[in-house]
Design a binder for this molecule. Structure first.
Ligand SMILES: [Zn+2]
Length: 352
C-alpha cells in the first residue's frame, strides 16, 4: 500500500534545482526514523547508507529531489515577475496556472501565470504557442514596491502550485513533482521494508540538480563509489490521446532500455527481468531517444558503473499536475527490495 499522506508531504515541499534543502530535511527526518543517518556530498545530495560494513558489491540507488520550476528574473515597475525556467517547460501548459513564489525568508506567495484574454484574439496569435519570454507571473499587486515589500527578490524560487488528488479510480493520483519525488518515496519505502534485512552495502542517494543536466548524480556517484547502480525516475506514459508509446499507467515498473544519454546493459536487463519474473512483479519497457535520468552520469563514472534506470510511467510530466498509478509504485518498491536482497559478489561477477 502506498502511504499517500507521506507521498503528499514529499511532493508538497518546494524545491527547484539548487533549492532542495527543505525536501532534503524531510527525507533526512524520515531516514532517521528508520535508524539511518544521512550524509551529504558537496552539492547537497542526501545519501543514506545501509549495511555499509557488510561484504558484497556496493549498490547505489539514485532518485532526484529537484522539481521543475522557475527563478525570478526581474520585477517590472507594475509588479509583474519575469521568469527563467529551471528544467524544461512548455509555455502552453503554464498559462493560467497557480504558482508559489518562495522568498529567502521562506515567505510563500500565491501568484497566477498571466495570459491574454480569449476575446478578440487574432487567429495568428490564437494558433501559436506563447513564447516563454512573454510569460509573466501576476501577484495581484499595484506596483514593484509592493512586491519588494513582500521580500520577493531576483533569484527567488517559483514552484508549481497544485493539490494532491486521489482520482476516481483510487489507484490514480495527481500532484506536482512526482518527477522525481516518487523516486525518493520508493527508496524510503524500500529502506523501511528492508529494515531488518542484512544485505549488500546500499547507498540511497537523493540527488540534487537533475533537471538542468544530471549534476547531482555526478558528485553523488563519486561520494558513493558504487559497483552497481540503479536510477529511479519517471518516464513518459503513452496511454492518452495526447501521447502514444508503449508505456501505460498501471502496467508495472518500467525497465528503461534506452534514453538520450544511457543504454541499459543487456545482461543487467535480463537479470532484472528474471527477478521480476521470479517474484511476479509486473513490468514493462521503455525505448526512447529523448529524456534522460541520473543514469546518464552514473554509468560513465570511474571506469564504468553497471547501471540502468527503473521508471514509473507518468502522465503530464513537467506540468503542475502530473499523474501516476500506485500499482506501478508498489511494483517498483518490490523490485528494489528483491534486487537489494539478491545481490552478492557472485551475482555481480556474472553481470559483468
Ligand atoms: Zn524531469
Amino acid at each position: 500500500m502506498v502511504d499517500l499522506e507521506k507521498l503528499e508531504r514529499i511532493c508538497g515541499a518546494p524545491g527547484i534545482s539548487s533549492f532542495e534543502q527543505e525536501i532534503g530535511r524531510i527525507l533526512e527526518e524520515e531516514y532517521r526514523e528508520l535508524g539511518l543517518i544521512c550524509q551529504k556530498d558537496g552539492l547537497g545530495s542526501v545519501i543514506a547508507v545501509k549495511c555499509g560494513d557488510r561484504p558484497g558489491p556496493k549498490m547505489m540507488i539514485a532518485a532526484h529531489m529537484d522539481e521543475v520550476g522557475f527563478m525570478v528574473e526581474a520585477i517590472d515597475e507594475n509588479g509583474f515577475l519575469k521568469l527563467r525556467p529551471v528544467g524544461s517547460w512548455w509555455s502552453h501548459l503554464v498559462l493560467g496556472q497557480w504558482y508559489t513564489v518562495v522568498t529567502r525568508d521562506n515567505g510563500r506567495y500565491p501568484a497566477l501565470m498571466g495570459s491574454m484574454a480569449t476575446h478578440g484574439l487574432p487567429a495568428e496569435i490564437r494558433n501559436k504557442t506563447v513564447s516563454m519570454e512573454d510569460v509573466y507571473l501576476d501577484l495581484g499587486v499595484e506596483n514593484r514596491e509592493e512586491v519588494l515589500a513582500l521580500g520577493i527578490a531576483v533569484g527567488d524560487m517559483v514552484v508549481p502550485w497544485t493539490h494532491f488528488e486521489v482520482m476516481q479510480n483510487r489507484k490514480y493520483v495527481s500532484c506536482k513533482a512526482f518527477d522525481d519525488r516518487i523516486g525518493n518515496y520508493i527508496m524510503l519505502e524500500a529502506a523501511k521494508r528492508l529494515r531488518d534485512a542484512a544485505h549488500t552495502p546500499l547507498y540511497l542517494a537523493n540527488t540534487v540538480q537533475e533537471e538542468p543536466g544530471l549534476r547531482g548524480a555526478r558528485t553523488a556517484v563519486e561520494w558513493s563509489h558504487p559497483d552497481i547502480a540503479f536510477a529511479i525516475d519517471t518516464t513518459l506514459a503513452g496511454d492518452t490521446p495526447a501521447n502514444q508509446n508503449i508505456c501505460s499507467l498501471g502496467k508495472g515498473v518500467v525497465l528503461s532500455m534506452i534514453d538520450s544519454n544511457s543504454i541499459a546493459p543487456r545482461k543487467l536487463v535480463r537479470y532484472v527481468e528474471g527477478i521480476c519474473e521470479k517474484h511476479q512483479i509486473a513490468h514493462q519497457y521503455a525505448v526512447f531517444n529523448k529524456g534522460g535520468t541520473d543514469s546518464g552520469n552514473i554509468h560513465k563514472a570511474f571506469d564504468g558503473v553497471l547501471n540502468m534506470t527503473l521508471s514509473i510511467p507518468i502522465r503530464y510530466m513537467h506540468t503542475n499536475h502530473s499523474m501516476i498509478h500506485t500499482d506501478d509504485v508498489e511494483a517498483c518498491i518490490r523490485l528494489v527490495c528483491e534486487l537489494v536482497k539478491d545481490m552478492s559478489g557472485e551475482i555481480f561477477e556474472r553481470l559483468l
